[in-house]
Structures are given as structure tokens and as C-alpha cells.
Design a protein around this ligand. Structure first.
Ligand SMILES: Nc1ncnc2c1ncn2[C@@H]1O[C@H](COP(=O)(O)OP(=O)(O)O)[C@@H](O)[C@H]1O
Ligand SMILES: [Mg+2]
Length: 405
């Protein structure tokens, strides 16, 4: 993004009172002068080239990439992405001190499986903004010194995603997927039977994450190894937005229990009538209560690091059907066309696929797998004996029909 031409900056004089940033800039300038390493210039060029989009344009761009529904969450994330880009441009191109700007934002996305939490994060930051983005399954991490990856190595990944460019890594984005699975008291399958004394309650990982999410300067290994001789760099998370995603199944139950009349209480059979579903939608007021997360098994101070908790809704029939039509079917139609056939997928099959997804509470996840399983039969028959030109696939009387003509 171009924010007007930048006046040439005078080389900073090195004194004892330099701040962390000033010191780093000084070192960078010396590095540039002495060995021609223009890491910092490359970083500035990168920032200048960031797409210049307004929040509503980002919102629309998500739509044109095939993202459907979740309008409220989409607005919140589009605005957050816009602010992130503005913030880094102001700091690095316009030289406005970070202390004069609003702090970076961490977000917690909560909602049912397959509702597009991970997808929107990747689409937005990696594909649309083209920022260094890492997506980690947080359940594979552990407290420092135990079996499993060290939480700090998440930042090593970000360095890799930035091709080793440290300032670039420091404005990248981290997505912590399956965040709900590190709630304390939950089983952590990765470590089951590993014979360690690891705190499998998840609290250890939560404490490590707290360090990351705080705007801190951290010592980050530059390689993925367990050697104590490995190199480290000092990395700041001050401008790194963290996006945590999780389905939080059972969370609704906690919010409902809290909202019950005192006379009904926690141990009443009425509990049975409460909502046990997975594919439930969350309301803003339900996710804004830190004590609900505490009850779920999270350190309140970790939840407090997320300045915005964004609820995602279960995708309805209309949304699922539109994902099928816009994003999934066309690829198959194209493949059949290249093989010389006209593929017609009947509305009855689409309806069936959507119903199945809703029944299994898997949202849009698995739509592709189920569709390809159904089309397998049609593809095998058609591609084996190319004696027809039209293939119609439908769902009638509880089974799949393939008609060729
Ligand atoms: N709102 C959506 N619009 C378009 N596709 C979606 C949407 N939600 C989910 N999908 C599809 O379903 C897949 C799984 O979604 P994902 O984001 O991984 O779900 P989760 O909410 O469990 O993280 C995505 O890769 C995408 O293809
Ligand atoms: Mg996900």
C-alpha cells in the first residue's frame, strides 16, 4: 500500500537510551550498509505492496472467493484485517509511534464445526492480504521441555512463512486452530500413553500461550530442533494478531446452566432438556462472559487476551446448498466436460447432501467428500464406457440414480 513517499530517514545515532525498535533499526541499517543485506528494505517494499482495500471491499472479496453467510463474523474480521494493515503501514511507512495507535487485536472465533472459522482466516490473511500466515493445530503443542512441539516454535513457523525475514514475521498472523481442545480437564489424545509426566490438562500450554499473546519480546529458535546450541532471535509479538478457533462443544450448556433460575440449579434433571447439540449457534452475549470460559477450562487471563470473541453460526440449508453449487459442483462439471460429457446434478441429490450435512452436524466440512463419494459411481461408469453424452445424477427413493443418454 502506498501512503505517500517516505522522507529519507537519518541513520539513528547509537546511544544507551535506545528503545528496542530503535536499536533494531540501527542494527538493520548497519547490516544493510555493510553486507548488502536488504532484509529491511524488502520488508518495506512488501508493506508498500499490501493490497489497499477498505473493510467493505475486503468483505466483498471474501464473497468473491466463495465465502458464504457469517455476515457478522465476516464484518468483524474484515475490519480487523483492515486495521492490521493500516496499523503496520502507519508504524513502518509513516513512522507513527506504535504507542500512539490502538493496540493490535487478538480474536477468538467460536462456533460449530464446518462453519468456516479456519477457512476465513486462511482466505483473508494468506490469500487475500498475502501476509505471512501460519495455521497450527494447537493440540500438537506442549509445555516447554515435554514431549510435543514447544509453543515458542509457533513463531519459528512464522519466521519460515516469512522466508526468514524477521520484521516481516513480526507483522504476520497466527491462527491457533482447535483452541478449545486445550481446555484443562480434557483428554489430549496426542500425549495419551506417551509415558510422560506432562501436564495433560492443557493448562501448561495455556500458560505458554499467554506469553505469546501478551505483547512481548520473546526468544525464538530459528530452527525446529531440540539442540540446545540452536540459534535464537529476539522477536516481538506486539504487531502479530493471534486468531484462535474452536467449536467449543458443550459451551452452550455452560451458558445455559448459568442463565438458569437459581431454583432450578445445576443438578436438576432439567439439565437433560438443555441443548447438547454440537451444531449450535452462539450469541454475542453468551461468548462475552469470561466466567463461562473459565468454567470450560480456560485461564481467565488467557481469554482476556482476546479483545474480541466472534460467534459463528451453524450454516443453514441455504448456505450449504450455495457452497455446493458455487464452490464444489463446478469442478466436477468441468472434469466431466473435459472427458466429453455434460454432467447434470439433480436438485434432489443436492437436497440430500445438505440434509446429511445437517443431520451429521458437520457443516460444510465433509460436503466435498460426500459429493465425491456419490459421484464416484457416475464417474467410473461414464469414464469407462464413453457411449453417452449426458449424465444425470439424482437421489430418488433413498438411493442414487445415474442416468446416461
Ligand atoms: N462460510 C463458508 N463459506 C464457504 N465455504 C465454507 C464455509 N464454511 C466452511 N466452508 C467449507 O468447509 C470447509 C471446512 O470449513 P472450516 O473453516 O475448516 O470449518 P471450521 O469452522 O470447523 O474451522 C472449508 O474448507 C470450506 O471449503
Ligand atoms: Mg477449524
Amino acid at each position: 500500500m502506498s501512503q505517500g513517499s517516505k522522507p529519507p530517514t537519518a541513520p539513528p545515532s547509537i546511544s544507551n537510551s535506545l528503545s528496542f525498535d530503535e536499536l533494531r533499526n540501527a542494527i538493520q541499517e548497519i547490516a544493510t550498509d555493510t553486507n548488502g543485506d536488504n532484509e529491511y528494505q524488502n520488508f518495506l517494499d512488501f508493506i508498500e505492496d499490501l493490497p489497499n482495500m477498505r473493510p467493505n471491499e475486503i468483505f466483498d472479496k471474501l464473497g468473491s472467493h466463495g465465502y458464504v453467510a457469517q455476515n457478522e463474523a465476516r464484518r468483524a474480521l474484515s475490519l480487523m484485517a483492515y486495521r492490521h494493515v493500516q496499523r503496520i503501514c502507519r508504524i513502518y511507512l509513516d513512522n507513527i509511534p506504535a504507542s500512539e495507535l490502538p493496540a493490535k487485536s487478538n480474536m477468538l472465533l467460536i462456533g460449530p464445526t464446518g462453519s468456516g472459522k479456519t477457512y476465513i482466516t486462511e482466505l483473508l490473511f494468506r490469500h487475500i492480504l498475502k501476509l505471512p500466515t501460519v495455521l497450527v493445530d494447537i493440540t500438537t503443542y506442549s509445555e516447554t521441555g515435554y514431549v510435543g512441539q514447544d509453543v515458542m516454535s509457533i513463531l519459528t513457523r512464522l519466521l519460515f512463512a516469512s522466508e526468514g525475514n524477521l520484521p516481516l514475521a513480526e507483522v504476520g498472523v497466527v491462527c491457533l486452530d482447535e483452541f478449545d481442545k486445550i481446555a484443562s480437564g480434557q483428554n489430549n489424545a496426542v500425549f495419551a500413553g506417551a509415558g510422560t509426566t506432562k501436564d495433560i490438562s492443557g493448562l501448561g500450554v495455556q500458560r505458554e500461550l499467554l506469553k505469546l499473546l501478551e505483547s512481548a519480546e520473546l526468544t525464538v529458535p530459528t530452527e525446529f530442533s531440540h539442540s540446545s546450541y540452536q540459534q535464537h532471535v529476539l522477536m516481538s509479538t506486539r504487531n502479530i494478531p493471534f486468531i484462535a478457533c474452536g467449536a467449543f462443544s458443550g459451551f452452550k450448556l455452560i451458558t445455559q446452566l448459568y442463565n438458569q433460575q437459581p431454583s432450578i440449579g445445576f443438578h436438576n434433571e432439567n439439565k437433560e432438556q438443555l441443548n447438547h447439540d454440537i451444531a449450535v449457534s452462539f450469541r454475542q452475549d453468551e461468548v462475552d462472559q469470561t466466567r463461562h470460559f473459565q468454567q470450560y477450562g480456560f485461564l481467565p487471563e488467557l481469554i482476556a487476551r482476546f479483545d474480541r470473541i466472534v460467534p459463528f453460526k451453524a450454516l443453514d440449508e441455504e448456505a450449504l446448498s450455495s457452497i455446493l453449487k458455487r464452490n464444489l459442483i463446478s469442478a466436477y462439471e468441468r472434469e466431466f466436460e473435459l472427458e466429453g460429457f455434460n454432467l447434470m446434478i439433480d436438485e434432489s441429490l443436492l437436497k440430500h447432501l445438505v440434509k446429511e450435512a445437517i443431520r451429521r452436524e458437520t457443516g460444510a466440512r465433509g460436503l466435498r467428500a460426500t459429493l465425491s463419494r456419490y459421484l464416484e459411481e457416475a464417474a467410473f461408469e461414464t469414464f469407462s464406457s464413453p457411449d453417452a453424452s449426458n449424465v444425470r445424477v439424482s437421489w430418488e427413493q433413498g438411493r442414487l440414480h445415474v442416468d446416461k443418454s
